[in-house]
Design a protein around this ligand. Structure first.
Ligand code: NAP
Length: 273
């Protein structure tokens, strides 16, 4: 059956896409593409959590083996494009993707989440990295909420004078070697009300966090503002300069522009966002 005069022509066979994930945006883009026969999407996760959340497309888990390993994967799997929707702090993966795509000629789009910016009432203190965050807490004992990955909290054993509250997806094993630490398990999104109650009930007076951007983990930032709590914010790492989209809808439109040929002169047909 021939397509209608204005319909774009779906590629046949489907376009194989590698979606580098681990974020809400990666899942949202996967959801948008999952029902569309013209794309064959594989979502890649680093494997940082023990029980990753279900995804709407097939998933592969674990590193590729650096730039060479990823370049080999792109060729071997016949990948037509890569969308880098990794976490803003997963910079090594982003640089590897840029290098592997440059080496193989596979088009790359980064799906980047804007950082949070302070507003009136915020008490933010930006630091370069985790060791600087440890130092920024100071010598006097404080009650600190660590909103970091479980692999990053271990550095705070260097400051055992503080009491820590750690929230992570998987348990921190072994527990931190400090006299006072509480643990809560949770997978975002976290709302402001919930985080307000958490901070208040634990008497928190400092938060250490990443500037992740987005809404899923902003609740603690809004709650900190309301409670007048200082936030020690670890600066974002630099990422490669590549073509970027700011939302899953924009990324989908980029893919459609690239892979869906307009038919019968219908210029640049795109699905509505
Ligand atoms: P990273 O430092 O950029 O990546 C380290 C290595 O992990 C990469 O070189 C790659 O291994 C592998 N990797 C990372 N993302 C991958 C993906 N989507 N698919 C397959 N392999 C992947 O990232 P990270 O060590 O995961 O985390 C760095 C920071 O980001 C931490 O602060 C962490 O808390 C934060 N973060 C990461 C994620 C996540 O899903 N990764 C989610 C939330 C927060 P090879 O070189 O072997 O290919």
């Amino acid at each position: 059956m021939s397509p209608s005069a204005s319909a774009p022509v779906a590629p046949d066979p489907p376009v194989r896409l590698l979606l580098l994930g681990g974020t809400t945006e990666a899942r949202a883009l996967a959801t948008r593409l999952a029902g569309r026969g013209e794309y064959d999407v594989i979502l890649s996760l680093a494997g940082r959590t023990e029980h990753p959340a279900p995804q709407p497309v097939p998933v592969r888990i674990g590193g590729f083996g650096g730039v060479d390993g990823l370049a080999h994967h792109l060729r071997a799997e016949g990948i037509a494009a890569v969308v880098d929707a990794t976490h803003p702090y997963a910079a090594r993966m982003s640089f590897n993707a840029a290098a592997a795509c440059a080496a193989t000629g596979v088009p790359l789009l980064a799906l980047r989440r804007a950082p949070w910016t302070p507003i009136a009432g915020d008490r933010w203190r930006e630091v370069a990295d985790v060791p600087e965050a440890v130092a920024a807490l100071g010598a006097a004992p404080r009650r600190v909420f660590l909103a970091l990955g479980r692999n990053e909290v271990r550095a705070f054993e260097a400051a055992p004078q503080h009491a820590f509250l750690v929230r992570s997806v998987d348990p921190v094993e072994p527990p931190l070697a400090v006299p006072r630490a509480d643990y809560v398990l949770g997978r975002g999104p976290f709302g402001e009300r919930e985080d307000h109650d958490l901070l208040k009930s634990h008497g928190i007076d400092a938060i250490v966090a990443k500037n992740s951007g987005g809404s899923a983990t902003y609740g603690k930032m809004a709650a900190a503002r309301a409670l007048g709590i200082e936030v020690v914010l670890i600066a974002r790492p630099s990422v490669p300069q590549v073509e970027a989209a700011a939302s899953p809808a924009e990324a989908e439109a980029w893919l459609d522009r690239r892979f869906r040929a307009p038919s019968h002169g219908a210029a640049g047909a795109e699905r509505g966002a």
